[in-house]
Design a protein around this ligand. Sequence first.
Ligand SMILES: Cc1cc2nc3c(=O)[nH]c(=O)nc-3n(C[C@H](O)[C@H](O)[C@H](O)COP(=O)(O)OP(=O)(O)OC[C@H]3O[C@@H](n4cnc5c(N)ncnc54)[C@H](O)[C@@H]3O)c2cc1C
Ligand SMILES: NC(=O)c1ccc[n+]([C@@H]2O[C@H](COP(=O)([O-])OP(=O)(O)OC[C@H]3O[C@@H](n4cnc5c(N)ncnc54)[C@H](O)[C@@H]3O)[C@@H](O)[C@H]2O)c1
Length: 476
Amino acid sequence: MAFDYDLIVLGAGPAGEKGAVQAAYFGKRVAIVECAKEPGGAAVHTGTLPSKTLRETALFLSGYRQRDLYGVDVRLNRELAVPKLLSRKDAVRDLEVARIRWNLERHGVEMLRGVARFIDAHTVEIVQLGGPPRTLTSEFFLVATGSKPHQPADIPFDDEDVDDSDTVLLIDRLPRTMTIVGGGVIGCEYATMFAALQVKVTLIEGRGRLLPFLDLEMGERLRAAMNGLGIEIILNAKTKKVARLEGCGIRCELESGPVIDCDKFLFAAGRSGRTEDLRLDRVGAKIDKRGYVAVDDDYRTEVPSIYAAGDVIGFPALASTSMEQARVAVCHAFGFTYKRQVSHVLPYGVYTIPEVSCVGLSEEACTEQKIPYAVGRAFYRDNARGKIVGDKDGVIKLIFHAETRELLGCHCIGDRASELVHIGQALLMGKGTVDTFIEMVFNYPTLAEAFKYAAYDALARLAKTPAKDPPKVPVP
Ligand SMILES: Cc1cc2nc3c(=O)[nH]c(=O)nc-3n(C[C@H](O)[C@H](O)[C@H](O)COP(=O)(O)OP(=O)(O)OC[C@H]3O[C@@H](n4cnc5c(N)ncnc54)[C@H](O)[C@@H]3O)c2cc1C
Ligand SMILES: NC(=O)c1ccc[n+]([C@@H]2O[C@H](COP(=O)([O-])OP(=O)(O)OC[C@H]3O[C@@H](n4cnc5c(N)ncnc54)[C@H](O)[C@@H]3O)[C@@H](O)[C@H]2O)c1
């Protein structure tokens, strides 16, 4: 049967863009359908880039980076802050949208506007605003429709001062006080950004710990830094009622009793798959109760012609992994052999203030898996570049196998942590050891040089555990 296209991609976020371009690069006829006015998805319009732009602007405007540097007191101009924040994020968005359009165009990917839904395993209908629906056929489909903020029914999102992570960036003034529910990545990132902008933030988390995927020590260092920014963190807490109270702003009552009043309330406690328009269940693909599409290791749904990648399949729901999943899915569909799987060595970057990033095993994971290990640390305060940039609290922590000396985990907190972590990632991928760091020459002065001193620190501990025949190390 002759199809209109070889591949139709639904959704033009990071997964959709990279999947479409991957197929087009190898000569396939590709169309991408996007319901929003511009491509980019959550990464460009509501999530990754706007929040990271806000972070940079917050660091700049608050003078946070210059703290203790020149003895200059940089005070925040609250009136100036919001217009500056908004104009910067809009400028970054426009540049990124232009880049995506150019990338799709130069690869010959046809861009179609509308809401896509399945008619059968090889046919979609595209519903266009004000126009008649259009039916198109394709050999394969890639569902990359992303996710949306989870909105429980008992939170009054219709109140202008109650936000989710999509609407919080539409602020027109800096609030004095803010309550954030959800101590996940979104909650922690926004808590530190607003706190740096001198907003008094209360962060409420249902579990006993923030960001439990972090190495415990790094999580505690982050918590201390957040306390230092004036953030009040309430753990093991659930909201009982959230409502506007005239004269008090938004009132949030906790199940355990306390009542918190604030100017702005941000609910940032998870997301769900954006599958409601797709009619995937009608063609036989499985969707769970949070709206996530079920896929196998090759990102194929129960329907052989339909693949799914990115946030729409759930964890880890990162722009970084979404792009890779889409490339792998497309390679599998067309039998391109150069990319077969998403790497198991995944870095995590948390853009709090300070930034935290990790790859590989934590100390707790080593203990749980009964892997003998030794830790080495280096502190920015002992590093020349750390002194220059004025970051006294940054730390690089490396975890090595006590017998094989292989690197097992790399954990960074402080300036440029999410960049530096890739040094650890490269060594993990190449099965580097503590000796690799000892042999390496690093540029001076750099924060990267701290890796060498973290390795020296570990070496002192490893010397106490003489090397035996190397056992098989579980790859993190
Ligand atoms: C506040 C915040 C900060 C974040 N920070 C980071 C970060 O620092 N690093 C990181 O790696 N990740 C981060 N993320 C996660 C990242 O944004 C997502 O993982 C990424 O955007 C997922 O890409 P995607 O292509 O799967 O989906 P999306 O980016 O959500 O794109 C999906 C696209 O599909 C379109 N669409 C939906 N339904 C249809 C339909 N029926 N028909 C046609 N089009 C449709 C949507 O309009 C959208 O454009 C952050 C997320 C948030 C919310
Ligand atoms: N830097 C990054 O990579 C980055 C940044 C932002 C978002 N993201 C991605 O976006 C996705 C969503 O992030 P998120 O932070 O919304 O979700 P999340 O699932 O990571 O965290 C939600 C947190 O809210 C808590 N929670 C849930 N319901 C609660 C309630 N009623 N009261 C109190 N606490 C409650 C949970 O225990 C959890 O800790 C994640 O997959 C994340 O990876 C990534």
